[in-house]
Design a protein. Sequence first.
Length: 369
Amino acid sequence: MIKKERKLLVVDDNIDFIHFIRRALEREDYRISIALDGKTAIEKTSTENPELILLDMKLPDISGEEVLERVKEVNKDIPVIVITGYGGDQVAIDMMRKGAIDFLTKPVEPRILIKAIASALAIHDAQKKDKKNPYPSLEIFFPFLAHEIRNPLHAIAGAMAIIQKRCNLEDEFLTQSIKIIHEEVNHLNDFVQGCLNFVRPPDFIRFSEVNLRELISVTTSMMTHTLEPESNKIKIDIKADPDLPKVYINYEEIKQAFLNIVKNAFEAMPEGGELLIEASQTHESPKAVEIVFKDQGVGIKKEAMDLLFSPFFTNKPRGNGLGLALCRRIIVERHQGTIHVESEENKGTTVKVRLPIDRPQQDQPGEAS
């Protein structure tokens, strides 16, 4: 079988280094395209659809950091390896946080370069495969996976707490590194919990009468506290009917669904804006309460709308693709309600949720759109 050539884009204005790259990779199955500046790199990412980018930090027109951000806007999944002759550990950390998959310092040995490219492509291929073929037995797989992941996570968190106590925290780089480790541990732990919530069997759900006005208030307060100081830029306006009837729901599950919706709204407004939440009783049969979340954020691209409720689909660099999928499972499958999303790019997003006032029947699913 003939191997398919993988398309690489090399972004560097140093001709000697470009020749080095070509020599280092001449026996590998790569088709190399060159961009001598940032603008060309962004254009070629869009027109040539490379499978990996080798990116120099110092370019004649715009910074490598900006190029990284721009190519990720074109294709958020593309692996980018940053190669630079300057910058230290802090630069590496910053670039990795912005989405780079690896960071190499010039001069780089050919074998290290080849290994880095192969590893990045292997990770990328595995991620693509996972998106196309999600594990078929999630209810069996995720509890096992959660156990296997959480044990080392707890060990890492414990070890970092000891390091934090014993090390010189006046060292800014060390302090920042510890902070990043804590953030990543929490991110992975949240993902594991999201998976468990997503696959939890309905037998564990307990229903009770709940005051939705209070639940909405609790949800927004939690999110405002969690996302401080970013939340200071966002105004929340809650308009709930004073005569809103109580609904028969699982409090924790609906709170989680509302948290996911509010979190999405906050993340869609990085420069600030307003989130309007309205709650009222519908006059249709069966009796229900409608909760509308309306933000002034960046909106959703048209081509992404049909995939919003698909597990593991996300259009955010740091998203895990479980937020709206979990909302659908909670609201539609477990509470026989409905969830509907309306959005246009750069025109904000509106999420409408309807929950039946009476206790739902387990064999009567609602709908999501």
